[in-house]
Design a protein around this ligand. Structure first.
Ligand code: UAG
Ligand code: ATP
Length: 493
């Protein structure tokens, strides 16, 4: 494609050089530039891509897009645009032929439940015979082919390339998690969504968003995008958790038909007769699409919500209720989400990715419902991330648990004991009936919890879920809560 043709997709303030230069590829990282590429210089949080323009040219860039004047070799094709992050997304969408317009796009946003809901929706649509693509925290997938991930929602250029691969391989529907970082950083600009889903809104990412209102406004962006003019004319809708305190804002923002789901309120699909156990949850999904009893292998009230969301999304697409039911009943959990580690012991060990106050509260509420003895909780909080979560999570752990072990969870460049102190500040005043101890070594903390457990107890190891590493300083070290727990259980024998 010619540079000038690509530029039609973006707002251009000034240009230089030959717009007829052919562009063979696009890169936002100078180290990824190959001969014939367009380099888009992005001003980041750590580095400024404008400082790497010379390196990009050395690597073969034939054109450059910047958001400020730059000292460039005479004759080089160049364009100035107000926001290169946004331009990167729009240029990439054009370069790859607007792949999101070639398939149905389902975007799922919310603080918690995105991964689980995405997987449930994808499972139902695949069972209904559709070729699906999935984009999310654990992996990306095209049909049956699993691809590794760097982000929950990829950088715009990588996203458009992935969508183009999906379109080329005949994917009819792409189900993707849309993180608030992705919305704020324009990673999904240039994507036209058919369906937007809102799971819930609670505190997270206050290291990135200025405050909760800014975080909310960012998430609403996905819903507002549904009403924007696009090539898709029909069949757009939104799905909203009506029990969430901020549901009304999402409903108002959608500008397309909205289907609601919930437990506490009247909704298009609601759960009745909920029975939660360690190994699953039973309930009846009732409402606009009839009545459908479900016996699920995943558990917890929060998974009732995720299931209802998947039910509403797929029922609204016209998938028959028996296909939805059979698939939801057959679908096991997502890796690291309420994952039981079972070595035949007489107490339950649950590994869960809960790393927000709300996530932790949900998992502990469920654990309290299923324990026949005590609840022992092992958790920590990430370093270099939202600090305000730490005392809150301490409070929540104390509220539900009989015994808490505060430990490390990706301390990054912070001192783990400093993070633990902040958690303890919230936990201590709330720890009436709850004993607690501090063990900064997560391996030892897991062993101590397993050793302390008695028959009927539930041990919850929260925070890392499917992750197979621990980030200490700037390095990733192999570490997997599930393997650690399994080993600790073997050592008990
Ligand atoms: C805060 C954030 O999201 N930052 C993302 C952002 O980084 P950045 O733009 O600040 O990058 P930077 O390092 O300052 O570099 C600026 C520019 O210079 C370029 N550069 C840099 C060096 C060089 O030699 N040459 C060069 O061209 C870089 O390629 C970049 O274009 O753009 C980068 C490229 O896409 C991302 O890798 C990076 O994600 C960081 C690593 C990250 O941790 N992001 C997390 C917080 C995130 O996005 N999480 C959400 C999910 C959250 C959740 O729900 O739990 C996600 O969607 O994954
Ligand atoms: N609907 C829900 N409401 C509240 N908490 C939930 C819900 N679903 C899952 N959780 C909790 O959040 C954790 C993460 O779940 P999941 O991976 O599905 O969410 P996510 O939104 O993808 O998270 P992240 O954005 O951090 O990857 C779970 O292990 C569980 O503790």
């Amino acid at each position: 494609m010619l540079f000038g043709e690509l530029l039609e997709a973006v707002e251009v303030c000034a240009t230089a050089g030959d717009p007829a230069v052919p562009v063979k590829g696009i890169a936002y990282d100078s180290r990824q530039v190959e001969p014939g590429f367009l380099f888009v210089a992005v001003k980041g949080f750590k580095a400024d891509g404008h400082e790497y323009i010379n390196e990009a040219i050395k690597n073969g860039a034939v054109a450059v897009v910047t958001q400020r004047e730059a000292d460039l070799p005479p004759g080089l094709a160049w364009a100035l645009t107000p926001d290169t992050r946004l331009a990167l997304a729009l240029l990439a969408a054009r370069f790859y032929g607007y792949p999101s317009s070639k398939m149905k796009m389902i975007g799922i946003t919310g603080t918690n439940g995105k991964t689980t809901t995405t997987n449930l929706v994808a499972a139902v649509l695949s069972a209904a015979g559709q070729k699906t693509g999935l984009i999310g925290t654990i992996h990306n997938r095209i049909g049956d082919r699993i691809l590794p991930v760097k982000h929950t929602t990829p950088e715009s250029l990588d996203l458009q390339r992935l969508l183009a691969d999906m379109a080329a391989e005949g994917v009819g529907t792409c189900i993707m998690e849309v993180s608030s970082h992705a919305l704020a950083l324009h990673r999904v600009a240039g994507c036209e969504f058919d369906v937007a889903v809102f799971t819930n809104f609670t505190q997270d990412h206050l290291d990135f968003h200025e405050n909760m209102e800014d975080y909310l406004e960012t998430k609403l962006g996905l819903f507002k995008s549904l009403a924007l003019p696009g090539v898709k004319k029909q069949g757009k809708y939104a799905v909203v958790n009506i029990d969430d305190a901020r549901a009304a804002e999402f409903i108002r923002s959608a500008g397309v038909p909205v289907y609601t789901y919930g437990i506490e309120s009247q909704a298009d699909v609601r759960a009745e007769g909920i029975e939660v156990s360690a190994r699953g949850v039973n309930f009846t999904a009732r409402g606009r699409w009839g009545s459908c009893p479900l016996k699920l292998k995943i558990t917890g009230l929060f998974n009732v919500y995720n299931t209802l969301a998947a039910f509403a999304v797929t029922a609204a697409l016209g998938i028959p209720a028996n296909t939805i039911r059979d698939t939801l009943e057959a679908t096991g959990g997502v890796a690291g989400r309420f994952e039981l580690v079972d070595k035949g012991q007489d107490f339950a060990v649950i590994v869960d990715y809960a790393h927000t106050p709300d996530g932790l509260e949900n998992i502990l509420k469920t654990a309290v419902q299923i324990t026949r003895g005590r609840l022992i909780t092992v958790f920590g909080c990430g370093g270099d991330r939202d600090r305000t979560k730490r005392p809150l999570m301490g409070q929540i752990a104390a509220k539900y648990s009989d015994f808490v072990i505060i430990t490390s969870d990706n301390p990054r460049t912070e001192d783990p004991l400093g993070i633990i102190d902040e958690i303890e500040n919230g936990l201590k005043p709330a720890a009436n009936e709850c004993r607690y101890t501090v063990e900064p070594d997560r391996r030892k903390a897991i062993r101590a919890a397993v050793k302390a457990a008695r028959p009927g107890d539930v041990v919850v190891i929260a925070g890392k879920g499917h992750e197979d590493y621990q980030i200490i300083g700037t390095r990733k070290f192999p570490f997997d809560d599930r393997l650690e727990a399994a080993q600790a259980l073997e050592e008990l024998k």
